[in-house]
Design a protein around this ligand. Structure first.
Ligand code: SP5
Ligand code: ZN
Length: 345
């Protein structure tokens, strides 16, 4: 499969994230993408390309200008607070909650960092912006290739994107790559695009971006937010709003879900995607549904990812795959590439 590879991903390399009251080594590491790349090469499945020159103004179609402005300069502001900050990752520690103001932009950098985020698990460093925007360019380019007639294309990138909303980062994500791909397909004239999110975690950012739109249908299979990150979104009764009513489809599943039950939910999601007459598909491809994933709770096995790819192919739609989560680092390559192989050329 044509693969658009972000060779700048390594510029984003977090040291620590907040987890159970401690700063622990990051789960989202560069080796994840390296394993996918070498597995594609080992099987002779990936023709790797660099992204096309990207007009950054496209990001403003799915992200808020004041957020883009913040994130583009965040590292410089962090270092300006204290030169010693250059040796440590930036993490937020204050957030506006119900009843507080998020319309007034504070002058304080830590206050703005909290306003534009929702967790302390997403470190930002010198290369985060470069890596993230190059990743968005990969998703945009993959969509362009599909518009140009390719049956499918794979944006192989990190940091991931599906937790990033119009004006917030979190969940290891800064720019919503899947949303960029979906918007690019819309701009090329595909009347309705479906985004199918198979990452273990609910794609709260993607859902929020398209919640009131009927031209992008969002479907997600994920760990139940009652027990799993991102906790505050992803319930089955979130069906879209306004014109978007009926175009948001959440399928939360309990911890311990195996492939048989997962596959039944996939069938339900794909049936609805056919019903809404989507003309193209964007798959947020996280492989943290794997039984060995250190932060997740499903029980998929490596072979199951081949079947997943076959099921996705049967939808019969031009398809853009966008790489998301998956933290069993040694198995991430085999699992992700199994989906690609199962989908076929
Ligand atoms: C893209 C993506 O997969 N982001 C996930 C971010 C998850 N960060 C918080 C993880 C909290 C996990 N709780 C784990 C319980 C361990 N048994
Ligand atoms: Zn995930």
């Amino acid at each position: 499969m044509l693969t658009i590879y972000n060779d700048q991903h390594v510029l984003h390399q977090g040291k620590v994230e907040m987890f159970r009251g401690e700063l622990v080594p990051c789960f989202e590491v560069p080796a994840r993408v390296d394993h996918v790349k070498s597995e594609l090469e080992r099987r002779g499945l990936g023709s790797l390309q660099a992204p096309d020159a990207f007009d950054e103004s496209l990001l403003a179609k799915v992200h808020a200008p004041r957020y883009l402005d913040f994130i583009a300069h965040a590292w410089d502001e962090w270092v300006a607070l204290d030169p010693a900050n250059a040796t440590r990752d930036a993490l937020p520690s204050y957030w506006p909650t119900r009843g507080m103001r998020s319309d007034v932009l504070p002058k304080s950098f830590p206050a703005r960092m909290g306003l534009f985020s929702f967790d302390a698990g997403t470190p930002l460093m010198a290369g985060s912006w470069a890596a993230a925007r190059h990743g968005a360019a990969c998703a945009w380019t993959a969509a362009r290739r599909v518009i140009g007639g390719e049956r499918s294309a794979f944006a192989l990138t990190r940091p991931p994107g599906h937790h990033a909303g119009a004006d917030f980062f979190g969940g290891y994500c800064f720019l919503n790559n899947a949303a960029v791909a979906a918007q690019a397909l819309r701009d090329a004239g595909v009347e309705r695009v479906a985004v199918l999110d198979v990452d273990y975690h609910h794609g709260n950012g993607t859902q929020a971006i398209f919640y009131e739109r009927d031209d992008v249908h969002f479907a997600s299979l994920h760990g139940d937010p009652l027990t799993d990150y991102p906790y505050y979104l992803g319930h089955a009764d979130e069906r879209g709003a306004g014109r978007g009513e009926g175009f948001n489809h959440n399928l939360p599943l309990p911890r311990g879900t195996d492939f048989t039950a997962w596959r039944a939910a996939l069938k339900t999601a794909l049936a609805r995607i056919a019903e809404v007459k989507a003309g193209a598909l964007v798959v947020s491809l996280g492989v943290d549904t794997f039984e060995g994933d250190p932060i997740s709770g499903f029980k998929l096995r490596s072979d199951d990812y081949l079947r997943m790819g076959e099921d996705l192919a049967r939808a019969g739609l031009p398809t853009v795959f966008v790489f998301e989560g998956g933290y069993a680092v040694a198995e991430v390559g085999v699992n992700a590439v199994n989906v690609i192989e199962g989908f076929g050329q």
